[in-house]
Structures are given as structure tokens and as C-alpha cells.
Design a protein around this ligand. Structure first.
Ligand code: BG6
Length: 276
């Protein structure tokens, strides 16, 4: 079942429910802000998040596009897609457990002022006992463009002290807090601010929490961002309670820094992440 819902301020989102899962996707940013499987929330959403046009939702899966972070200093942090209004183009109820939804953003007068390229960006979401997100960029311009991007997933935790991220041992990583590149030694646990971009990632990642294990499989990308703001940064961030950092970790499927994409006219790029 798919419903288009509207908040009292006019903010619209899709609610998709099948026998496996419930998903909510805001039209602004094609932003998945809930993925509930067997009544369990897999994604974290800030209790104090804004649901207002022009403000990014805090939590769920923001789409960072056409630039990750400040990879393109001429664009706002994480690009403009997360605050742009997508169009709901299609949905297919494949069977009682599986629904596929497509949302689309194309260039506009406003986007061309920020980033002078014609494009089509489609998010295809497959909802079942897995959540699959395919972010498809087509270059509709006559010149090539460079892209960095991320599916910036916020995973809900019992507590940050229980979180272990596996699969990144021995991978080179850029530490955004020290601006240095080093090699990850072992699994990742958290006891301070953490903001690293891992490179050469070619295997499945595992997030281990106290009671659950989540797998993350990426295609079309070899960079992964792992982020937790910890105490000081969390208290200064928008739409986050002071202790919110205890309840999530971000594991972001990305093309960032050296792992950028160059798209020639008419070419298509797909960044795909599956969470299960
Ligand atoms: C992460 C970055 O991807 O996003 C962090 O690595 C950043 O440096 C975080 O703080 C949140 O960004 P924003 O723009 O949503 O506050």
C-alpha cells in the first residue's frame, strides 16, 4: 500500500507498507526517514528534526549530491539534492513483500544557478526485508561533469558504546578531524568524535549492535564514511538533542574525495546500497 501524506505545513511524504516493512520517504530530498522491519526501526531519526521545506531532515538517509561534504566548495555542504523537491514518478507492488518506488529530480532554473549542468537524478527504492537504494545520475548536458555523492544512512543504536563496525580493517582512511590519511587498524568502536572517509572498500560492512546485526552492501562506490559527532559537536548541531549522539552512527555509501565520478554527456552512474 502506498499513500501520499501531507503534514499541516504542506510537507509531503510517501508511506509505503507491505508484509515485510514500512518506509516513509519525504518528497523533499527523496529522503527516507523511516525504515521499519518487523516493527523495528533500522534508521535513526532525530526527535527534534525539522519537516520543513528548505531544511534538511536530521536522520534517515539524506542524499548528498552532487557533492559530498565540501568536496565542491562552490556548493552548500552535501550539495543541494537533500533540500530539493523530487517528483514521485512510479511505484510497483511486485508481490506482498516487495514494493519499488522511483523519485526524480531534474535541473531547474535554481539548480542551474548553483551548478550549471543539466541532469536527471532518480532514486529507486526497493522495500522488502532489505532496503535497496539506487541513486542514478544521468548527464543531460553537452559537457561532462564531476560528481561526489553519498547515501548518508543514520543507523539507530541501542547505545553508541555497543556499536562495532566491521569490514574496514586495513583500509586507507582520511581523518576529517586531523586532515591526515592513515590505515584503519581493526574493527571500529566509538569513545570520541569520529569522522573518517575510508577508501578502497570492496566488501560488505557489518554494524553490530547489542541485539542486532546489520549488513551494508555497496555497489558503484569504493568509499565509505563513518561518522559520529560525539558530545561537543552534537550539542552544537542543528536538530539534535545534546545526547542524540548516543543513539546513532552514520555509515555512508559514498563516492568521495579521490573516488569521484566523471560523467560524459548521456552517461549514467548508479550508486547502490543495500541494507539488511
Ligand atoms: C558527515 C560528515 O558525512 O556529515 C561530517 O563526514 C558532517 O563532517 C556530517 O558533520 C553531518 O553534516 P550535516 O551537513 O548534515 O550537518
Amino acid at each position: 500500500m502506498i499513500k501520499l501524506k501531507k503534514l499541516s505545513n504542506g510537507f509531503e511524504y510517501l508511506q509505503i507498507q507491505n508484509d515485510s516493512a514500512t518506509v516513509k520517504i519525504a518528497l523533499q530530498g527523496a529522503h527516507i526517514f523511516e525504515y521499519k522491519r518487523r516493527d523495528e526501526d533500522i534508521l535513526w531519526l532525530s526527535e527534534t528534526s525539522d519537516f520543513e521545506l528548505g531544511k534538511a531532515i536530521r536522520g534517515g538517509v539524506p542524499i548528498c549530491w552532487p557533492a559530498f561534504g565540501m568536496n565542491n566548495p562552490e556548493l552548500p555542504q552535501h550539495g543541494f539534492a537533500r533540500t530539493s523537491l523530487f517528483e514521485f514518478i512510479s511505484s510497483v507492488e511486485v508481490d506482498s513483500d516487495t514494493t519499488v518506488v522511483d523519485l526524480r529530480l531534474t535541473h531547474s532554473e535554481d539548480s542551474l544557478k548553483l551548478w550549471n549542468y543539466k541532469f536527471e537524478l532518480v532514486l529507486k527504492v526497493t522495500i522488502s526485508d532489505k532496503l535497496t537504494m539506487e541513486l542514478k545520475t544521468t548527464n543531460l548536458d553537452e559537457k561532462e561533469f564531476k560528481l561526489t555523492q553519498a547515501l548518508h544512512s543514520y543507523f539507530k543504536l541501542s547505545d553508541i558504546s555497543n556499536a562495532v563496525v566491521k569490514g574496514l580493517n586495513n583500509k586507507p582512511c582520511f581523518d576529517a578531524l586531523t586532515n591526515k590519511t592513515n590505515i584503519q587498524n581493526g574493527d571500529i568502536t566509538f569513545n570520541q568524535e569520529f569522522d573518517k572517509v575510508f577508501q578502497e572498500v570492496d566488501c560488505e560492512l557489518i554494524l553490530q549492535d547489542k541485539e542486532k546485526t546489520i549488513s551494508i552492501n555497496n555497489e558503484g562506490s569504493s568509499s565509505v564514511v563513518v561518522w559520529n559527532p560525539w558530545i561537543d559537536k552534537c550539542s552544537k548541531m542543528s536538530a539534535m538533542k545534546d545526547d542524540a549522539y548516543r543513539k546513532f552512527v552514520c555509515i555512508e555509501s559514498a563516492n568521495a574525495f579521490e573516488d569521484f565520478i566523471v560523467l560524459k554527456p548521456k552517461e549514467l552512474d548508479t550508486l547502490k546500497a543495500t541494507i539488511y
